[in-house]
Design a protein around this ligand. Structure first.
Ligand SMILES: Cc1ncc(COP(=O)(O)O)c(C=O)c1O
Length: 406
């Protein structure tokens, strides 16, 4: 039965303090203030679909957690989801499991490049992409996305020039893109994949936000671009964790269509990674893929309405704050540079607005003054965040006006 947005929030939104939640219970440790409104790390304040709770409860009631394997029913549920939602046809052979997408990206950088090899990312981008390159002593090559009044585009000429100049071996792509909210079109992906193909650059496409589609632009997987033409130079990493709020269940997918790349992956993994699958993670994911579609659609409605509220209120009251277009992900990207001096952004956000956010410079050295706000939450937090921003700016402007007349 479809719930209204208000009914959905009433039923699923929960208080998370006291549950070892990184987002809420680590505020003091991470931000030095336990009382901030937590709008940072990308998980949700919503309980998972009922079918997931039921499946987990049954498994827990059995009470044995011995070694587990992935049943055919898992592949069936996941492959149906990918086919029905995204028109992606997967094959069982292509799939490897892991316990997190970030973990996979670190592993793929290690497997497919050598120390000092150049690895490219399109910035601003999810900061573990930077870390996966730097922690493994590879050379980090960045190409800045072009910000056209909150709509970001790839600078293809810059990407190609830097690939050639630095002999880039691997590109880590974020699709949909965290934090700028783009859902890349097939034409954009084709152009990027064609450049990589031309210069023998392996592409790792992180499609973890594939189900969080907020605007009109449908998600296109790199796997299906040009009817799959680029598959052999491509590894896709994805997971049910963003879509169904399952991050700590530690179950994710590595999709490798090329037999040659699979052999290289398997050889290295045999040597260094003998991780078993997460039994509870797979029980949860299978139930989510089979029965979680309506729940996800309702979450998307909440995110759309939170985004509209944030964008419209700020446009009406503080139009100098630029909110990027949100085509995908549940993460809003705000440019505060016109209203707060860049070096005072942290004080403004934490001390005046009482918010815990992700700061722009975590995503690109050029993006201090931007902040990322998580909208997969109870609207009451979004309303409070917007009110705090508007009130704090009004106060600052009044103080400025008084000191200017003194
Ligand atoms: C683009 C992207 N990749 C990966 C992750 C994290 O994935 P995991 O928890 O599976 O490591 C996130 C979480 O925010 C993300 O935004």
């Amino acid at each position: 039965m479809k719930l209204t947005t208000a009914e959905f929030i009433e039923k699923y939104a929960v208080k998370r303090t006291g549950t070892n939640s990184l987002k809420w219970d680590a505020l003091d440790q991470r931000y030095g203030d336990p009382d901030l409104i937590a709008m940072w790390v990308a998980d949700m304040e919503f309980q998972v679909p009922e079918a997931v709770t039921t499946a987990l409860t049954e498994r827990v009631n059995h009470g044995v957690y011995g070694y587990s394997y992935t049943p055919d029913s898992y592949y069936e549920a996941y492959f149906n989801w990918m086919k029905q939602r995204h028109n992606i046809k997967l094959e069982k052979d292509w799939l490897r499991f892991d316990n997190g997408v970030v973990n996979s990206i670190y592993g793929l950088v290690n497997t497919f490049t050598k120390p000092q090899d150049a690895v490219m990312i399109l910035t601003p981008v999810y900061y573990p992409f930077h870390n996966a390159v730097l922690d493994n002593h590879r050379q980090l090559i960045t190409s800045e996305l072009i910000n056209k009044a909150g709509h970001y585009e790839i600078d293809f000429a810059d990407v190609e020039a830097k690939i050639v100049a630095n002999k880039v071996k691997l590109l880590i792509q974020c699709s949909p893109h965290n934090p700028v909210g783009r859902v890349w079109t097939e034409a954009e992906l084709k152009q990027l994949l064609e450049i990589c193909h031309r210069h023998h650059v392996l592409v790792v496409s992180d499609e973890i936000h594939q189900d969080i589609i907020i605007g009109q632009q449908p998600f296109v997987s790199a796997l299906t671009v040009a009817h799959g033409r680029y598959r052999n130079g491509l590894i896709v990493v994805t997971a049910p964790s963003k879509s169904f709020n399952l991050a700590a269940m530690l179950n994710s997918h590595v999709i490798i269509p090329s037999e040659e790349l699979r052999e290289r992956y398997d050889k290295i993994h045999q040597q260094i990674n003998q991780t078993e699958v997460s039994a509870l993670g797979q029980v949860a994911a299978e139930a989510a893929y089979r029965d979680g579609g309506d729940w996800l659609d309702q979450v998307l409605e909440v995110v759309r309405s939170n985004y509209k509220y944030l964008r419209d209120e700020l446009a009406a009251k503080v139009p100098a704050i630029k909110v990027a277009d949100l085509e995908g992900t549940y993460l809003a990207w705000l440019d505060l540079r016109a209203v707060v001096p860049i070096d005072l952004t942290k004080e403004f956000i934490q001390d005046d607005c009482h918010l815990a956010v992700d700061f722009g410079q975590w995503f690109s050295k050029n993006d201090a003054g931007f902040v990322r706000l998580n909208l997969a939450t109870d609207p009451k937090f979004v309303h409070a965040a917007v009110a705090n921003i508007i009130t704090s700016l009004t106060k600052i402007n009044e103080t400025r006006a008084i000191s200017a007349t003194e």
